[in-house]
Design a protein around this ligand. Structure first.
Ligand code: NAI
Length: 212
């Protein structure tokens, strides 16, 4: 399926969820699923699912539903997960090390090649065989190792400046965990992850149920 030019943000946000559910179905050997069944599992309406897939030309067949394997690989491709990416992590503290310790990103094509930090006590150690390097060596490393993606795990006040540097070094995508919405120039995309947004939503729901 060809990617359409402008896909809405809401559809893009749902794609990883489709990918995850379809991956789970494949893992238990499900070969085919109707849009009705998929909608029940995912808590969306069948028409929403059809509309979403129509953004990419549609995948299902009338009366057959969706071939789980085919749909999984189509969505994987749309998400760009059929490619391999070289990654660095900037900030090798608690979160940076936790992300480096997680091997799941590699399985989806994101290969962490190094961490960078300003703290001399961290420079030189390795996390799951991945070296922590001096921040001053970052630019050279990005060029030499063909790095496309960076995760920012530094304190908030440094994050924008780091994002600016990364963009200058030609980084294509930034996954920012610092609690600030960093902005990037054209040519570098950013996804600002605010874990506490989800926690505060949980808190709201917990409290609104108590009030009911
Ligand atoms: P941390 O203090 O353990 O680690 C931050 C690291 O960044 C330190 O090792 C520090 O030396 C390094 N650093 C500072 N300035 C730098 C620079 N200019 N270049 C390179 N490295 C630099 O903090 P932690 O807990 O790992 O958090 C990192 C960021 O992630 C923070 O902004 C925090 O708010 C955010 N965050 C952390 C979560 C967690 O579970 N730890 C959860 C959600 C967000």
């Amino acid at each position: 399926m060809a990617k359409e030019k402008k896909v809405s943000e809401a559809v893009i946000r749902r794609l990883p969820k489709y990918y995850r559910y379809l991956g789970e179905m494949r893992a238990i050997g499900t070969e085919r699923i109707s849009s009705g069944e998929l909608s029940k599992k995912m808590g969306l309406t069948a028409s929403q699912i059809r509309q979403d897939f129509n953004c990419f030309g549609g995948f299902g067949q009338q009366g057959y539903g969706y071939n789980v394997d085919e749909l999984y690989f189509e969505i994987k491709k749309i998400l760009g997960l059929h490619e391999q990416y070289n990654v660095i992590i900037v900030g090798a503290g608690n979160l940076g090390q936790a992300l480096a310790n997680y091997s799941g990103f590699e399985k989806e094509g994101f290969h962490i090649k190094a961490l960078f930090d300003i703290n001399p006590r961290l420079v030189g150690i390795s996390i799951r065989g991945i070296q922590v390097m001096d921040i001053d060596d970052m630019q050279k490393f990005i060029e030499k190792s063909d790095i496309q993606v960076a995760f920012i795990c530094t304190p908030k006040k440094k994050a924008q400046q780091i994002a600016d540097n990364l963009a200058k070094c030609g980084i294509k995508a930034i996954w920012n965990f610092a609690p600030i919405d960093v902005v990037t120039p054209k040519g570098t995309v950013v996804e600002n992850v605010h874990l506490s947004d989800s926690l505060f939503t949980l808190s709201y729901r917990m409290n609104s149920e108590i009030d009911e």
